[in-house]
Design a protein around this ligand. Sequence first.
Ligand code: AMP
Length: 311
Amino acid sequence: MSITVVGSLAFDAVKTPFGERERMLGGAATHFALAASFFDEVRVVGPVGDDFGAEEMAILATRGTDTDDVEQVAGGKTFFWKGEYGWDLNSRETLDTQLNVFETFQPSLSRASQESETLFLANIQPGLQLGVLEQCEAARFTAVDSMNLWIEIAKEELLAVIGRVDCVILNDAELRQLTEAPNLVTAARQVLRLGPSVVVAKQGEYGAALVTADSFFALPAFPLETVVDPTGAGDSFAGGFVGYVAAHLDEGLTDDVLRRAMVYGTAVASHNVEEFGTERVARLERDEVEERARAIKEITHFEFENAKENV
Ligand code: AMP
């Protein structure tokens, strides 16, 4: 089975209270692919410029990710994003966004990418996401991410995308903004009524919540003392979550599968923030992911005093 991800491949400039990088590999599709590749074969679709070299391509291809549909635009420059975090790593300021090769990007997927059973539409213009959905009609599990910008300037198109996917993964603030519902559970249920069967609300350092028609589940972020750079945590979470679901599609979207997917998303994202950009997840090992998954179980498990209630 395989996963196709369409989204940004980027160079990021990031400053946090713990250091800065003037130019490092980033992008939503990059962080997603590095995380999802622990669980399934990943195919990345997106444009880059001449400045995207063999070194960046090699990181993207970590754990066998297929880069055949990465379009190198002659004379073009790769998407660039610059952001800064204060002591509260949950809030960041975007200082610069240069779309560059994304300005004229029209996704054209190879047959192999169109035939993936799982599709992740990372954060790009909703119009482009719709175009990709139309090319991937055979996908059995489709998920979408987005951001405040598109809710503000392309809400109708974004709602059209949401109406056609199985899973929506958004920040809690974006879910509220999209639905104009102040309560997170109410907002998630409103999104479920638009068509998806799963909504995941990402809550930064506070974790993530999973809402389906008849269940609710939430996990804290793994408590780390050293968080260096939160950039890409949301996409790493999505990569772990969607990657795990993709690898267990034959079991269906059961509560057990979805809850374990939440654990793996949380586990990979917690490693992502330990170092700048892709540095940590690019050399992360599967057994480290498993170890962190066990640690997440440990910190979220409890027993009732009365043994009868523990069944
Ligand atoms: P996250 O921290 O998971 O929300 O994602 C951070 C990544 O998103 C960075 O590596 C950026 O390159 C990328 N990014 C930032 N702004 C945009 C945008 N407007 N469209 C696509 N990708 C973006």
